[in-house]
Design a protein around this ligand. Sequence first.
Ligand code: S3P
Length: 178
Amino acid sequence: MSRNIVLFGFMGSGKSSVGRILSRKFGMELLEMDDEIERREASTINDIFKNRGEAFFRECERHLVEELAERDGLVISTGGGVVIDERNIRDLGRNGVLICLDASPETIHRRTNRDDYRPLLHTTDPLEKIRELLASRQPFYDLVPHHVRTDGLSVGEVAGEVLTILGRCGWHRDGPTG
Ligand code: S3P
């Protein structure tokens, strides 16, 4: 039986909001990978990208995944780009049920365009950038076993869909059984 719940998906797909609901429901700790990296590096994601570069950030993600794959009882909200290193999906899958939240470029744009903490979207045409990144990453997101389409759904409705998947995987209100 899987001991962590891991949420994947592009920026703005709703991982953090859904993660909070699941964490409350199951009484499990929510681990936001971006927040944890910011804490460890004592820096914001924007500054990590600016001062150390994206490759360094990906190394931070990789190290954190290696640690989290050994832990239990977490709801893990990943960063949207964690999937581009396929080892991250494989490792988190050893001890977790993996669910990907999907959304169209337009939905993602609408959900992210007032935030400024996502360095990859600091471009003159964020919607085009979202389209490009999403297209290039789709083969990796497709490796995640469970998917929920989030366009037009409220956070509560997405959480409901996720709970249905978890139920099928043997998770109930008090956590995993079996
Ligand atoms: C990234 C997504 C961000 C954050 C960083 C890079 C990406 O996380 O990890 O800005 O490459 O898609 P969210 O998906 O939580 O916004």
